[in-house]
Ligand binder design. Sequence first.
Ligand code: G3I
Length: 462
Amino acid sequence: MEAIQPTLTPVVITSVSADAPQALIIAFCNREDMFSRGRLTAALSIVLASLFCASRSAAQDRPLRQSASERQFLIGAAVAMSPFRNEPAYQQTLGREFNIIVAENAFKWDSMHPTRNTFNFSDTDALVDFAESHGMKIRGHTLVWHNQVPDWLRNGGFSRDEVISILREHILTFVGRYRGRVWAWDVVNEAIDDSTAALRTSSFWYQIIGPDYIRLAFQFAHEADPDAILYYNDYSIEGLNAKSDAVFNLVRDLKTDGVAIGGVGWQMHQVNGFRIQPANQTNARRLGDLGLQISITEMDVRINLPTTPDKLAQQALAYRDTIEFCLSEPNCKALVTWGFTDKYWWIPGFFSGWGDALPLDTNYQLKPAYYSLRDVLEQGLDFTPRLTGVSREGKKLLVAGEKFESGAQLFINGEKQKKVSNDSDNPSTLLVAKKSGKTVKSGDIIQVKNPGGVGSNELIYP
Ligand code: G3I
């Protein structure tokens, strides 16, 4: 590639913290001395700039969930209870960005059914309430899995019939408690063995109940909540391979037997460099032909540390591919990442030397991966605000409409109004101007502008 003569605009990087790559990227956006880092970095910074800068400047803080909701698409993340309870930034980011959540561990047997006769719903209640109070859906993960089976059950010496009745009681109690409040359940998780591409015979459930445990679990879940969408969830099944064939055969046979299965969850724990392939489309469509939806349920794209700008660019492509794929397949309903900030995340415990797999960094800063998700979610969407009405309430002026973004501004006769805020209950459809009710006059021209300057139609104050 020919050396390009740069147009430098000096920018000072105030601190080069552990998140240097982010600072580098911001520097890239300002085209600051990228060429001094050699041809490869120069080439990659152009990729980054085109991937990252254009959209960033346009609409700084439009959350993912806004454009996702416009498309009736679900964008979400797994929630870890400790930061959820103890770190305000964690909850705020969760509520701002996502319209669906799932518990990383709180819905599992060892967390919410710790002894034979006790259920612990404190975390599960907190998450379901949080989801509802933030207009989000919630996935229930997971009712039957070979991992995190509590000792009282695994080593309880129970008979087959006893385990079946314990399973039935667990599901009727748990799914029943959240009937109509949990959108989808991972009824069975990871029942196919990687090496044999057949049912995992080492599973506690297979050992005690036998292969029928899968059909029974779906039957009990459907009994407890006939409207919840019931999923089979697994990893390394998004492509075409022996394992995804085994899953296809399993869910096809369940459907044929009239079992109320509604979808297949592709966990998608990926290694950086991952790209969507035609096989993913073929696989999604054969499941669609069975009348099944798919969801990407646990996505992360782990980087071989240390993280560098090019690795972040590669990661951004993996997330971009995957959301483009999911939006293009009619039966793909959701993209959920397994966590959302690199600060809290399962992989270091499982894959040492790997990390930084999620769309936000350890300081909740938005990474190229985040911008990829947002760019694709926003493509083709119209974010122009529209005014439908204006009324005075004492000193206040109430402006009604749609697509008001956080930080939208109000203008009367072109003059920007002070003390204007999005209504807390209806942030995208009602603006409240604390003082403008005192000054507005009949005939005045009312207009709203979203951050980034997108202006609404004009209304004449009656
Ligand atoms: O709760 C105990 C705590 O009391 C104890 O002090 C601590 C120290 O040992 O362990 C805590 O339990 C840990 C639990 O996470 C809660 O943090 C377990 O040791 C640890 O093994 C468990 O790891 C979870 C793992 O599933 C279990 O297999 C990960 O956080 C969770 O991200 C991971 O999630 C799975 C999905 O459910 C299914 N798909 C793969 C995915 C990643 O493995």
